[in-house]
Design a protein around this ligand. Sequence first.
Ligand code: SF4
Ligand code: SF4
Ligand code: SF4
Length: 251
Amino acid sequence: MSKPKVAFFDFTSCEGCQLEVLNQEPQDMIDLLNAVEIVNFREAISDKGQDYDIAFIEGSISRPADETRIKKIRRQAKILVALGACACTGGVNAMKNKYSAADYKSYVYKDKAHYERLDTYAVRPVSAVVKVDCEIPGCPINRFEFLRIVKSVLMGVTPQLPEYPVCVECKMKDNVCMYQRGETCMGPVTRAGCDAICTSYGDPCTGCRGFVSHPNINAQKDVLAKHGLSPEDVMLNFTMFNNFSKEDTRR
Ligand code: SF4
Ligand code: SF4
Ligand code: SF4
């Protein structure tokens, strides 16, 4: 039986998620290569195969030409997987959506701000343009989660992401809560699955894995209640990775 053909494509991104795919333990990489045939993966091989079954998409949709390209990929792929925060939520690229074009152009590009290509298009996640079959969140992705989700996809099973917040993993690691240190943290409303890596190393969670489903119900409210906060208060500060709004249709 032939192996499923897999392709990786990048849009607006730093390519860090693709790097995580390549950063597997040697045996895991051998197992992966035994299970699939990679036909297009610019960061790893020079082949540019256009005949593929599964497409992994890294990066956000940042200009009209990206829409044309992602729609073409969608027509070819039987399964399309969004890889990383840029693809799943718009990621850090969507921060520009909050500002006027004049402001972000002059701030970022200085004397090159007049370039025509720096348009006003609102950055969006892949799912805002085409159907996405599953998402692997994070900035970057967690390579172990990537393998788990790939296995599910190959077995025809819908991959599941944790339906609880980062606080759960953080508490299991006995970390001192950032709020007790007088800092803020997005852990109560952010989807778990990263093993609370940031808070375990002394940094607050900035929400790179996106909101947990139904944060008003599933947030770790006890952590917030101790500090007189609600899930809504924390979500208001969720400004690094979650700035795309479905209502923002600027092109
Ligand atoms: S999600 Fe983060 S690591 Fe992945 S491509 Fe985007 S910026 Fe890079
Ligand atoms: S708020 Fe942050 S530091 Fe506190 S328990 Fe939750 S994830 Fe950990
Ligand atoms: S702790 Fe938060 S910011 Fe850090 S990897 Fe996990 S979800 Fe992302």
